[in-house]
Write a new protein. Structure first.
Length: 179
């Protein structure tokens, strides 16, 4: 065997080593991405759980949830704002889980549990009102999903502004910045 042949074999082995290294790096990146998505899903599930624990630990929030879920417009202006804040916190977690699911980062079983929670929540009349008034705070695709989960019944009434929720004490600012 001559030096040229040995050089060619060395080049071939070197090329194979580079390909193997690239395949290894690709596998590591894929595993790392999958792990990061799983961690994000667990963090979001913990967020939803934290909202539940907060409500369970605070009788006033429990009352607010029950009354707001039935008819948020029967609440005082301050309680309506608290109810919307609570729903925003809860549904932001659901929205992020929905988006992870769309990316393929949330497995079927986990998503099934989230989906059942969303359907139970959106069946409440107060959540229908919340999404009618504040659905545009969410991504279009999530709002469409929630609307389908509600049987397509969201947004039947005119949207209310934030000022509408704060009652007689609200001051509307004109376009020039004066009251």
């Amino acid at each position: 065997m001559n030096w040229s042949a040995l050089g060619a074999i060395a080049d071939l082995l070197s090329a194979v080593a580079v390909v193997v290294s690239l395949l290894y790096v690709a596998a590591q990146v894929k595993a790392s991405t999958r792990q990061a998505r799983q961690d994000a899903g667990r963090d979001l599930a913990a967020r939803v759980s934290d909202v539940s624990l907060t409500v369970a630990a605070d009788p006033e929030l429990g009352r607010l949830l029950v009354l707001g879920g039935a008819d948020p417009e029967a609440l005082s202006a301050g309680d309506q704002a608290r109810f919307r804040g609570l729903m925003n916190s809860l549904f932001r977690g659901f929205e992020q889980q929905y988006l992870l699911r769309r990316e393929g980062a949330l497995d079927d079983e986990s998503w099934g549990a989230v989906e059942r929670m969303i359907r139970d929540w959106i069946a409440l009349p107060g959540l229908q009102v919340y999404f009618r008034d504040r659905g545009d705070w969410y991504t279009t695709s999530f709002l469409e999903y929630v609307t389908r989960a509600a049987g397509g019944t969201l947004r039947k009434e005119a949207k209310k502004s934030l000022l509408d929720h704060y009652g007689e004490g609200a001051v509307k600012i004109s376009g020039n910045g004066s009251a």
